[in-house]
Design a protein around this ligand. Structure first.
Ligand code: NAD
Length: 365
């Protein structure tokens, strides 16, 4: 039997709480489908700074390179958020790991489960049927361009920078995904103002010639942000740079009802990296109420993208769907119609999905 090595990095705050359930779901998939997973753990972010003085210990990097896939939670701690002058910071660990692994494509499916139509602040008739796949570039843009202060610290800049090959490689991935969906691709930029966006647009146009079956639209970031809320169903695949994608995908989380529902895959040159889009949520950390579904859905992406096991991943999505259909909710996605008996904490929700996953797989056989 083939053996797969999975590195589990819980990170900080609710990161560790929800990742416990991502891992348990993967163990259950191993039992149900006779797949041999072995697990190791590593530190990142604030937890790593506390233990080793650095947010990305060398040991974490070595383990990450050796694994078949990485299941990650979140990093972040209020002490850094409240003191921007601190030089050693948790996010350096996450950005450094993404860069070191060459994870240049972040894939974020925005899937609205029908049962959660009322959990969103957007009207159900606008939302129903929305299904968007974001491709956000992850290793360029203002996050990695030159940054500095001058004039005694009174002026600061962050350079927005992209090279043609960086746009090409993610554009190909987005076009290929669009070919397997509704064949519509919106590329987001600010080409009326930014030179890096003009290069982005030129390059996407060139790549598009190889995918004549895909309808390409260019959308400015400002109007894309507006249309995402006004007419979310018009979007199929959305291709964006790092900064615009960061903002748009958080906005799009409202389509799915809660940050606690959205998973993401980061892929590139080596080990794939799978995580919820939310952060360490210090406001609810330690209370046992964090929604574990984004971490559980991250496992579905891990199976599909790193292990070529789409069917097994789909059984997890089906288990989450059935759990919601049976009325179970964590507090962030509950509404006034949810009976108290069906509002579950992190562990009870994770256990419920695990139990329903067994039924889903036994129904398939
Ligand atoms: P956040 O995503 O942690 O929380 C935003 C809001 O959503 C909070 O009210 C939180 O309670 C809620 N929420 C998030 N995930 C939830 C879940 N699974 N279940 C229920 N509710 C959930 O964002 P923030 O508050 O802006 O940032 C907190 C910390 O996380 C900061 O230190 C930030 O730097 C870090 N952060 C890390 C990542 C990452 O690791 N990828 C991403 C974003 C933010």
């Amino acid at each position: 039997m083939k053996q797969y090595q999975i590195l589990v990095i819980g990170g900080d705050g609710i990161g560790t709480e929800v990742t416990t359930w991502g891992k348990k779901i993967l163990e259950e998939i191993g039992n149900l489908y006779q797949i041999h997973f072995t697990f190791d753990t590593a530190l990142l972010g604030h937890a790593a700074i506390e233990a080793t003085g650095t947010p990305l210990p060398e040991e974490t990097l070595t383990k990450a390179r050796q694994a078949n896939a990485i299941l990650f939670g979140a990093i972040g701690h209020p002490m850094y958020d409240n003191d921007p002058s601190l030089k050693v910071r948790p996010e350096q660990g996450l950005l450094g790991l993404r860069k070191a692994l060459g994870l240049y494509t972040n894939i974020r499916p925005i899937k609205l489960f029908d049962e959660l139509l009322n959990a969103s602040s957007i009207k159900p008739e606008i939302l129903k049927g929305a299904d968007i796949l974001f491709f956000r570039e992850l290793t360029g843009d203002v996050y990695f361009g030159e940054k500095a202060r001058r004039d005694d610290g009174n002026t600061a800049y962050d350079m927005m920078i992209y090279s043609k090959y960086e746009v090409e490689r993610i554009a190909h991935k987005a076009f290929q995904a669009a070919q397997k969906r509704r064949k519509i691709l919106h590329s987001v930029d600010k080409a009326n103002v930014l030179e890096s966006s003009r290069l982005w647009r030129e390059t996407v146009n060139e790549v598009a010639k190889q995918y004549p079956d895909v309808q390409l639209h260019h959308q400015f970031i400002d109007s894309a942000a507006m249309l995402l809320i006004k007419s979310p169903r018009m979007f199929d695949v959305v291709l964006t740079g790092n900064l615009f994608g960061d903002i748009l995908t958080d906005e799009a989380s409202q389509i799915a009802g809660s940050m606690g529902m959205l998973a993401s895959a980061s892929i590139g040159d080596s080990t794939g990296f799978y995580e919820p889009i939310h952060g360490s949520a210090p406001d609810i950390a330690g209370k046992g109420i964090a929604n574990p579904l984004a971490s559980i859905l991250s496992v579905a992406l891990l199976l599909e993208h790193s292990l070529d096991m789409k069917a097994q991943g789909q059984s997890i999505v089906e288990a989450v769907d059935r759990t919601l259909k049976q009325g179970y909710r964590t507090i962030d996605i509950a509404d006034e119609n949810t009976p108290k008996s069906h509002i579950l904490g992190t562990d009870a929700m994770g256990a419920k999905v695990t139990e329903i996953l067994k039924q889903v797989v036994s129904d398939l056989w």
